[in-house]
Write a protein that binds this ligand. Structure first.
Ligand SMILES: [Zn+2]
Length: 297
């Protein structure tokens, strides 16, 4: 057992007491507590994913943890661990990507067996200036558009379908970074962060799936999103491909990483041909650059 599962108050209680006493106390404490929540990193940035691991001696039906007033589901780490890891331990995992709207600071992940602290740092995003024709300078959506997109973002299936880094969905250059605030036609958009990357490809250039998954949304003609696709990769990770000219897949279809799924276009609220690409993790926009270079696997 590591020391990380000790409640914060316990650690604070030890301050000022001699080291030898602390070590004795620690070993007594460890004998009584065997379940543990841990993180791949004790600090992260807004939009940067971390992996949460829950290790316990008893199998649990639906383990969860809470973070910033939300409850998150944990999934068995592998089929072997469903029946125990061989040493009597059961391991569950989840991916957490702090929202861009979450204030920087230190937060506690918690469940009934333990807690761990996560420091969330400012993502240090930029402001981007752009102009849109008056007819497109609004966020109006088609009937059912908001609900359909929200349902696709909320997809939560049990199996992790990817095993490596994600591939870039387009070979075009990135014209707008993740997390940008935007000034449109001279006005700052309130409570707005760019939720993904824009790839400035020409009309009709190929768009490929970033990782293996299942198409959970394939819609045409939406006023804001245009022609758009969402692919579920499992465990709350869903990728979005927006403003497409053409879709090459249908809802329910399974796709491989790098498989052609559509073409770059200018449909919906777009000031020129480009692909808007987002990765959502448990409904929070996650920075695709981490998934291309150093994905949680
Ligand atoms: Zn965009």
């Amino acid at each position: 057992m590591t020391h990380s599962q000790r409640p914060y108050s316990f650690i604070r209680g030890l301050q000022g007491i001699s080291l030898s006493l602390a070590l004795v106390s620690s070993s007594i404490f460890s004998a009584a507590y065997c379940a543990e929540l841990s993180l791949t990193s004790s600090s992260t940035k807004q939009g940067q994913p971390v992996e949460v691991t829950y290790t316990t001696e008893t199998a649990e039906e639906n383990p969860t943890f809470t973070f910033a007033h939300e409850t998150y589901k944990l999934f068995p780490a592998s089929s072997a661990s469903k029946d125990g890891a061989g040493d009597g331990r059961h391991i569950y995992k989840a991916i957490l990507s702090p929202s861009l709207e979450l204030d920087p600071g230190t937060y506690t992940l918690k469940n009934e067996s333990g807690s761990v602290k996560l420091k969330v740092l400012d993502g240090k995003f930029y402001t981007q200036y752009l102009s849109l024709p008056p007819s497109k300078n609004n966020f109006k959506m088609s009937p059912g558009e908001e609900e359909t997109v929200a349902a696709a973002k909320a997809t939560l299936s049990a199996d992790r379908l990817w095993s490596g880094n994600f591939v870039r969905p387009s070979k075009a250059r990135v014209s707008s970074a993740f997390g940008n605030r935007r000034v449109v036609n001279g006005k700052l958009l309130k409570d707005y962060f760019h939720s993904g990357l824009d790839f400035a490809g020409y009309q009709g250039s190929p768009v490929v799936a970033c990782a293996p998954g299942k198409v959970v949304m394939a819609k045409t003609g939406y006023r804001l999103h245009g022609n758009c696709i969402a692919v579920d990769h499992g465990q709350g990770v869903v990728s979005f491909y927006i403003h497409l000219k053409k879709l090459n897949v249908v809802q329910g279809q399974e796709v491989k990483a790098g498989e052609l799924i559509g073409q770059i276009g200018q449909t919906g609220r777009a000031n020129g041909p480009h692909l808007h690409f987002s990765i959502y993790v448990n409904k929070a926009a996650s920075n695709p650059n981490y998934w291309f270079a150093n994905a949680i696997k």
